[in-house]
Ligand binder design. Structure first.
Ligand code: F6R
Length: 642
């Protein structure tokens, strides 16, 4: 059975949950635990001289599991000779050797590295004609039945609650079939297909019925982006709008989660509703702010009755009346607001987020992509510069894959035309731009860019970043392009964080010896560039900690373009007036290649400046609703103690 060292929740604490859940510290430990259960099952079946029938999934969630199974095979002799596997799904139409086929995914991540017999793995065939599909699907199910059904089914979960490609609306007794993919699913997949237009509209999926018939089901989910759908599946009603909720009716299903994916479960999000809690300052703050937000009341208007009726009577008994608790939390929140992100010189800083001294600080802003600094903390960036601090920016990656081909072609053609008219001496430069132009004109869908094209795309983004810095007032000598090597694969899939990435990060910190570091704190994004960039910063500051200058170095985390800190987490809120919002917008506009329909739009059709403005306005509006001053916008930060 799956056990986690951090998850001690009892049945009582889990009484809101209708499916067994196990929470692990991170996805690596969780994947190892799932791999162990699979390995145990394979060995039991081996001892019984029986085949082990596995249902397998693709996507980002099972990658760590497959890596661990490969390790178990190579290092611990786990044999897959008795394994027969059935994959959940395949895009349709799809050639098996295409870069995005699930056949290729499974071979590259698992089958090619273990001793499973090629005739023993089954993946829906994306090459059939439409007329052949129905018979093929029936035969796929019959084959599973003839083997006695699936012993253990591995699942991921889609943002809409899909399992396999059984999208919202699928019936509980649905059969294996051709389905149309949901818009959300296609948007998620569009990263792999270089845009939504190239993303398949249909797929063949195992039906819900066969999944429900599996003797054991393990669904894995990582990261904050899955937290809402996990809560709905585990605690909400059983509904075909959330197909994963069908698993509430399975007698042996477990959801294996990392902490971020579990964060919206009642026992974790509002534990005081589930069990007796120790009311720490952090928990009181979370509960009181959550109460005020839910009831749409200013903090100072919360009454004893509000506390009692919302499961917080023991807090009232401990530290009440409500008025006293309210005042404490109100003051705390008030103290997070500062127009002096680098500290206010000559002021009493005992209740301010930042130190007054030294009055002029060296500041290092780490920006994962060339535009995160201005999108996510543009108001603060400008203010730090205007308030006389020495502001440096470390652009961690080139961001080259997010530049559209036509944009790069425009620049390449510009240089080629210029060369043709005036000629330039440098033959190498001439050839780079010529080769890039030819490549782009003949580029096939999903083809990885040549190094020349990547170079040009990187140049475009560098120019834009420089332009933002100049707009803010940062001189060239304080702009640092780090080009961390982990990013430079030319595709969405990045290399893991390497020693060299950490070393480059350490070198820059040592060179500047900053009093403040700002980094994009996307803690819960398991595959994104931001998380890897953040890990590089965390590791660098950890290693540099013994150095004397680090005693004076505070690390502030901002959030990327996709999420915001929740109000109870915020430790510094930098307010902006309407004019400052407009100034920030102009700074974001310097990133021309990221405007008007970007390569990685995601599910959100708003442009980056709109997302940033909406998000900053929302934070300011919540502060206002809670009874604090009303600003046009606010940028939020959390201090990271290392
Ligand atoms: C994959 C599959 C899908 C994924 C789901 C989550 O075979 O059937 O249901 O499991 O879309 O995908 P990731 O893990 O990429 O978030």
């Amino acid at each position: 059975m799956l056990k986690s060292s951090i998850d001690k929740a009892t049945g009582f604490e889990k009484r809101f949950e209708n499916i067994g859940t196990v929470v692990f510290e991170n996805s690596v430990l969780a994947s190892k635990a799932v791999a162990k259960e699979i390995a145990d099952l394979i060995r039991v079946k081996q001892a019984q001289k029986q085949p082990c029938i596995l249902g397998l999934a693709t996507g980002s969630s099972p990658k760590g599991l497959y890596a661990e199974l490969v390790r178990l095979h190579k290092e611990e002799g786990l044999s897959f000779k008795n394994v027969v596997s059935f994959n959940l799904d395949e895009y349709y139409p799809m050639e098996p050797d295409s870069v995005n086929s699930y056949v290729r995914f499974m071979k590259e991540l698992l089958f090619n590295h273990v001793d499973i017999l090629p005739e023993n793995y089954n993946i829906p065939d994306g090459t059939l004609s439409k007329e052949e599909i129905a018979d093929y699907c029936n035969a796929y199910e019959s084959k599973i039945e003839a083997l006695g059904g699936i012993d253990l089914q591995i699942l991921g979960i889609g943002g809409n609650g899909h399992i396999g490609f059984n999208e919202s609306g699928s019936l509980q007794n649905s059969k294996t079939r051709l389905v149309a993919l949901d818009h959300i699913t296609r948007v998620a997949a569009s990263h792999d297909f270089s845009g939504l237009n190239n993303t398949p509209r249909t797929a063949i999926t195992l039906g819900v019925k066969k999944i429900m018939e599996a003797k054991r089901v393990i669904l894995m989910a990582w990261g904050e982006r899955k937290s809402n759908i996990i809560q709905a599946s585990v605690e909400g009603p059983v509904t075909n709008q959330v197909p994963a909720s069908f698993l509430q009716e399975h007698n042996n299903a477990t959801f294996v989660l990392d902490q971020a994916a579990s964060s919206k479960l009642t026992r974790i999000n509002t534990p005081w509703l589930v069990e007796k809690v120790t009311w720490t300052d952090k928990l009181i703050r979370k509960a009181v702010l959550g109460l005020a937000i839910d009831l749409k009341k200013p903090i100072l208007m919360l009454t004893d009755a509000d506390y009692i009726e919302n499961g917080m009577s023991d807090l009232l008994a401990d530290s009440g009346p409500a008025y006293d608790i309210n005042i404490k939390i109100f003051n705390k929140l008030q103290n997070t607001i500062t127009g002096w992100p680098g500290g206010k010189p000559n002021a009493d800083d005992s209740k301010r987020p930042e130190r007054a001294e030294p009055a002029s600080k060296r500041v290092l802003i780490f920006s994962p992509h060339p535009d995160d600094d201005i999108i996510s903390m543009g108001g603060t960036f400008k203010r730090l510069q205007e308030q006389g601090h020495e502001v440096h920016v470390g652009y961690q990656t080139s961001g080259n894959i997010a530049v559209a081909d036509d944009e790069a072609l425009r620049f390449a053609s510009f240089v080629c035309d210029y060369n043709e008219k005036f000629g330039i001496d440098n033959k190498e430069a001439q050839s780079i731009f010529k080769k890039a132009k030819t490549f782009l004109k003949n580029k096939k869908t999903s083809e990885i860019d040549s190094s020349d094209v990547r170079y040009i795309k990187g140049l475009i983004r560098k120019g834009e970043a420089r332009s933002t810095c100049h707009y803010v007032g940062v001189p060239d000598s304080q702009i640092h392009f780090m080009e961390l090597p982990f990013y430079e694969t030319g595709s969405i899939e990045k290399k893991p964080l390497g020693e060299i990435d950490i070393q480059i990060t350490m070198d820059l910190i040592e060179k500047i010896k900053p009093h403040q570091i700002y980094a994009a704190g996307d803690l819960a994004d398991p595959h994104g560039t931001h998380k890897v960039c953040l890990d590089a910063v965390f590791e660098a500051v950890k290693r540099l900690k013994p150095k004397k200058f680090m005693n004076d170095c505070w690390l502030w985390l901002y959030r990327g373009a996709w999420q915001e800190w929740s109000i109870d987490e915020i430790e510094m809120a930098v307010p902006m007036g309407p004019d400052q919002v407009l100034e920030k917008r102009k700074g974001i506009f310097k990133h021309q290649s990221q405007k008007d329909g970007v390569v990685f739009q995601g599910a959100d059709s708003r442009e980056f400046w709109q997302r940033a403005e909406d998000r900053n306005k929302e934070t300011a509006d919540i502060y206002h609703q809670l009874g604090l001053s009303h600003y046009a916008a606010m940028e939020a930060f959390v201090r990271w103690m290392y």
